[in-house]
Design a protein around this ligand. Structure first.
Ligand SMILES: [Zn+2]
Length: 417
């Protein structure tokens, strides 16, 4: 996850023994779940797993220990040496979330490293690593609590190892790489949703505003759009994530007591509006939640089906975005200020009425892709001309754009029915 990308590079190596002969993905999942399932810590039901917890911790922590060694070799600061007040803030918020989490009996360590990117990650062990940029970018402790809760939840729900298992299954199924990456992106998307839900519940129980997570993703959407057309499968979609997090935040709002740990937190972890432990039934209106996704061998099969469904849904939307993109023609572009660019577009005569259109401009600078978006207001009818305005940062002038590789793209759009 880029506080969304779990770093699993070092953890992706092991080959699942006994699976080479499997012909079909579904069959493979079924058998894997049968042979290596364990109790899921969230719901008390079974989930896919590759190793027991102490082996997981050993493997996950070895990766972070190596990272910390490298930081030292490169003479980069960690923790309080990065920024004392930010580190103390991280420790304070982390302690409160960890104290009410499913893993409170484990000894965890938050680590602050100096990096320019918005990221935090876990590797299945007992570390949570947070980038300094994330600490600087988040608006308050409640937003930080949402990130920490989300990260602990990845480990609680066993996502690192599920991901490993799923990656191996889809690799062994012999599907081509494009399909495989679609499937994996869909699976990642499902894991992100689960981690968001568990993390938001943690926030509420620990006395942090559970609506903070939705504010983070609302801001991301306003700043970056979805980047769906450009990178269509690889990122969780910001707009959907914002809405889903808002919904979950409101659902758990009754558990939130500002600034204090809910005295019923232990009971609420087992039975709450999102799931019920040791029960096949799920809370009304929650579509099964974590419980339905992660249970027994059948659950693994269902989860696989959900990922396939999600892959299909994302694929259809990406296709729609691409078809609208090909119906847009750039009429003109002009400099509207040193850092402002105004573009005018014509939408072709045939096609549905559009709304929620988001135009994007991307620039490849210093090896990184930067994206700027404009949310175009109102409906756009066939044949209509509309404007999109891009505002570039202080260190990038409109006149400098020609020095770099880049272009326009349609980031997101809905059709009006
Ligand atoms: Zn995540």
């Amino acid at each position: 996850m880029a506080w969304a990308r779990i770093t699993v590079v070092a953890l992706m190596m092991t080959v699942l023994a006994g699976c080479q002969t499997l012909k079909k993905v579904d069959q493979g999942l079924y058998q894997v779940a049968e042979s290596v399932s364990e109790r899921d810590r969230v719901t008390g039901q079974r989930t896919l797993s590759m190793a027991n917890r102490s082996a997981q911790i050993k493997q996950g922590n070895a990766y972070i220990d190596k990272l910390l060694q490298q930081e030292q070799q490169k003479k980069r600061p960690i923790n309080a040496a990065v920024n004392r007040s930010q580190y103390l803030r991280l420790v304070k918020v982390f302690d409160r979330i960890h104290k009410i989490s499913h893993l409170k009996h484990e000894r965890w360590k938050p680590v602050l490293i100096k990096r320019d990117s918005f990221n935090a990650f876990t590797t299945g062990g007992t570390y949570i690593v947070v980038h300094s940029n994330l600490m600087e970018t988040l608006k308050d402790d409640a937003e930080l609590a949402a990130v920490i809760g989300h990260e602990i939840a990845h480990t609680v729900a066993n996502h690192v190892y599920e991901r490993q298992t799923h990656a191996q299954i889809s690799a062994l199924a012999g599907s081509n790489s494009a399909r495989r990456s679609g499937y994996q992106a869909a699976f990642t998307h499902e894991s992100e949703r689960e981690a968001d839900r568990v993390g938001i519940l943690y926030s509420a129980l620990a006395g942090y505003d559970p609506l903070a997570a939705s504010r983070i993703w609302q801001r991301k959407y306003a700043e970056q759009g979805n980047a769906r057309a450009l990178f269509h499968h690889s990122h969780p979609v910001n707009a959907e994530r914002y809405k889903e997090n808002l919904r979950v935040g409101k659902a758990v709002l009754p558990y939130y007591q500002k600034g204090r740990i809910n005295p019923n937190h232990a009971k609420l972890l087992d039975n709450n509006v999102l799931w019920r432990k040791n029960s096949k039934e799920t809370a009304a209106g929650e579509g099964g939640g974590v419980a339905a996704l992660l249970s027994t061998a059948l659950g693994a099969y269902v989860q696989h089906q959900e990922a396939k469904h999600e892959e299909r849904r994302q694929g259809q939307q990406a296709q729609f975005v691409r078809s609208v993109q090909s119906a847009l023609k750039l009429e003109s572009s002009r400099k509207a200020g040193t850092h402002k660019l105004e573009t005018r577009w014509r939408y072709a005569k045939n096609g549905p009425v559009l709304n929620n259109l988001v135009m994007g401009l991307y620039v490849k600078r210093n090896g990184k892709v930067e994206r700027y978006v404009d949310h175009v207001k109102g409906y756009i009818k066939p044949g209509q001309v509309f404007a999109a305005r891009f505002e570039l940062p202080k260190n990038l002038k409109i006149d400098d754009l020609k020095k770099y590789e880049g272009g326009y793209y349609l980031d997101d759009v809905q059709s009006v029915r």
